[in-house]
Design a protein around this ligand. Structure first.
Ligand code: NAD
Length: 260
């Protein structure tokens, strides 16, 4: 389905981004991985995806908080593949603390990585998509693009921002064969969520088990975590011709969280 397409997925060394990279590689795409982690483990992921599915798989370790590194990453990808046909803005971090204790450096990092990086990748990748008359931009937002939770000021602000960016860019390129959408997962049990369980326990003065049952799963009427595979399947669907009329959409995949 994605043969001859090139997909760049930011933050794809772990969690949801890795799941999307796996799904796209399995569908025949060339994949550019990005993110942090142990160099040998990342190379093992890269080699496994390439040998299992046969597409070209590259890795670029650009730091999504640094506009110059983003510019270099997009330039290198376009020089090799001609176009990034599918751009997935997924890299993200979280920090949980009351606003009067929220470290300003964490605020800046969350806004840079979770929001501004998508502005930079998108502005740099779009010209080649426009030339081709085809493209897909998928922004990994969150249920927190639609509703808030206490102690996540920077994250909720960044995710609401990415929803606005999604709608704006979708309108700008609507006639050019390019769709721009945001996927809004509820809680998915990735390293990002594992890390915030003790942080939330501290911020709310409750146990870690209470965070899982009384905060996270309480938010989701299904009482189940969303899975990486479910999010990746939605991202893949958005790349198909069947999804050509879906643009500017803010799509929850949250077990009913934001229906409440
Ligand atoms: P994760 O921690 O498993 O993965 C995050 C990825 O981003 C990693 O590959 C990491 O190396 C990369 N990354 C972090 N900082 C980076 C930087 N400065 N430059 C480049 N890469 C960087 O997290 P995840 O849960 O898979 O989250 C992925 C996305 O999905 C995030 O945008 C997150 O906000 C969003 N999301 C996650 C959940 C959830 O419950 N897990 C829910 C809703 C939305």
């Amino acid at each position: 389905m994605l043969k001859h397409k090139t997909a760049l997925i930011t933050g794809s060394t772990s969690g949801i981004g890795l799941g999307i990279a796996e799904a796209f590689a399995a569908a025949g795409a060339n994949v550019i991985l990005n993110g942090f982690g142990d160099a040998a483990e990342i190379e093992a992921i890269r080699a496994r995806l390439a040998s299992k599915h046969g597409g070209t798989v590259r890795y670029d370790g650009a730091d999504m908080s640094k506009p110059a590194a983003i510019e270099q990453m997009i330039g290198t990808a376009i020089a090799e593949f001609g176009c990034i046909d599918i751009l997935v803005n997924n890299a993200g971090i979280q920090h949980v603390a009351p606003i009067d204790e929220f470290p300003p450096a964490k605020w800046d990092a969350i806004i840079a990585i979770n929001l501004s990086s998508a502005f930079h990748t998108t502005r740099l990748a779009l010209p080649a998509m426009k030339k081709k008359g085809w493209g897909r931009v998928i922004n990994l937002a969150s249920a927190h693009a639609l509703v808030a939770s206490p102690y996540k000021s920077a994250y909720v602000a960044a995710k609401h921002g990415i929803a606005g960016l999604t709608k704006t860019v979708a309108l700008e390129v609507a006639e050019q064969g390019i769709t721009v959408n945001a996927i809004c997962p509820g809680y998915v049990r990735t390293p990002l969520v594992e890390k915030q369980i003790p942080e939330t326990a501290k911020a709310r003065g409750i146990t870690e088990a209470q965070v899982i049952n009384d905060v996270m799963l309480l938010a989701q009427p299904t009482k189940k975590f969303v899975t990486v595979e479910q999010v990746a399947a939605l991202a893949k669907f958005l790349c198909g011709d069947e999804a050509a009329s879906i643009t500017g959409a803010i799509l929850p995949i949250d077990g009913g969280w934001t229906a409440q």
